[in-house]
Design a protein around this ligand. Structure first.
Ligand code: SF4
Length: 351
């Protein structure tokens, strides 16, 4: 089988020490990301979904080495072979970071209000010595046009723009260095619903035009459904389900994924699947500093049995998807038939 991965995470961990007492010795660890492995294929959009605090953004920060992982590896394909980003020296990492960019959640706070749009977009080009003079001006104008803004706006400041326009400026800034891989960290959650679809469509158009690969982080399943090819569902720092979006939205297999989907708003509720069991999400997300024994989801799972309380389930392949790789961390995954969002994915359309 041809390996067309662009990024591969292997056993990634980020544990934050809990320090107490005068000597500040660690008394335990918050396992924000714990033994996470998945790959992102070239030109695909991988959706990363889960409740707040499940480790989504920590994974993104570890991938870019904005924070150092505790252990594990992040491999990035460059010129046909994989480089371990966790082992790179700062100079080499700086070069690779030009190919890996981040689109932030909040278009209001992520842009310096004292800089013009021209300077905001030109900054990465100047810092990395990519362009200057007339070439720089042309590149900024071209980037503005790419994201649907008029080049005449480049002398204005961010406050003169709406939320959607500011996010377009943030996208232009992220794309300035012509990256391969872009992490979109909740890029539409601060925007009005009416503007969200425009930004999602823009991201999809840019992906096609520039051959981009996305890691798309969101807690909003409607957004994830709209944009993702495959989905990773996270719970308390661990991957609990991974598969094609179509498979998971039609027939979720992990009780947590099923409960998330059953609580997601559907544009037309009549399209919601009538087949299968309905899963309900009850209780609170446990503390990542002292997760429950066995399967972390067992205190909230109405299907929990003794084995669930004692043994953490491995992430393993199951065969019921019929659409490529489908991994689930549940002892009893084969026994469930949960309601999906749609019986017919195509009929469900997108948000
Ligand atoms: Fe529920 Fe047990 Fe599966 Fe965990 S392993 S999701 S507790 S059935």
């Amino acid at each position: 089988m041809v390996d067309n991965s662009l990024i591969r995470l292997e056993g990634l961990r980020k544990w934050f020490p809990i320090r107490k007492g005068l000597r500040r010795k660690p008394s335990g660890y918050i396992k924000a990301v714990d033994d996470v492995s998945f790959d992102i294929k070239q030109r695909e959009t991988l959706g990363l979904v889960g409740e707040s605090g499940c480790g989504k953004t920590t994974i993104a920060r570890c991938m870019l080495r904005a924070i150092e992982p505790t252990s594990g590896h992040v491999y990035y394909r460059k010129d046909g072979s994989f480089i371990d980003l966790t082992a790179l020296e700062p100079d080499d990492l700086r070069n690779i970071r030009q190919e890996m960019r981040l689109i932030f959640q909040d278009p209001y706070s992520s842009l310096n209000p004292r800089m013009t749009v021209r300077n905001l977009i030109a900054e990465p080009l100047i810092v990395n010595g990519v362009a200057r003079g007339a070439e720089l001006e042309l590149k900024v104008a071209d980037l503005l046009q790419k994201v649907g803004l008029r080049p005449e706006y480049m002398r204005r400041y961010p406050h003169a723009f709406s939320g959607g326009q500011r996010q377009r400026i943030g996208i232009a800034r992220a794309l300035a260095l012509d990256p391969n891989f872009v992490i979109c960290d909740e890029p539409v959650s601060a925007l009005d619903v009416s503007v969200q679809a425009q930004i999602l469509n823009l991201l999809q158009d840019l992906q096609t035009e520039m051959g981009l690969t996305y890691l798309f982080i969101s807690h909003d399943l409607g957004v994830i459904h709209h944009i993702s090819d495959r989905i990773v569902v996270m719970y308390v720092g661990k991957v609990v389900e991974l598969g094609y979006a179509e498979s998971i939205f039609r027939r979720p297999t992990h009780p947590y994924s099923a409960a998330l989907l059953s609580s997601a708003p559907v544009p037309n509720p009549e399209l919601r699947s009538e087949k299968g069991q309905r899963a309900v999400l009850r209780g609170e997300v446990p503390d990542a500093g002292s997760p429950p024994s066995g399967c972390y989801f067992h205190p909230r799972c109405s299907h929990a049995q003794d084995k669930c309380r004692n043994e953490y389930p491995d992430l393993r392949s199951i065969s019921n998807s019929g659409n490529g790789e489908h991994l689930v961390a549940c002892h009893f995954a084969e026994q469930f038939s949960f309601k999906g969002v749609f019986d017919d994915f195509e009929a469900g359309g997108s948000t």
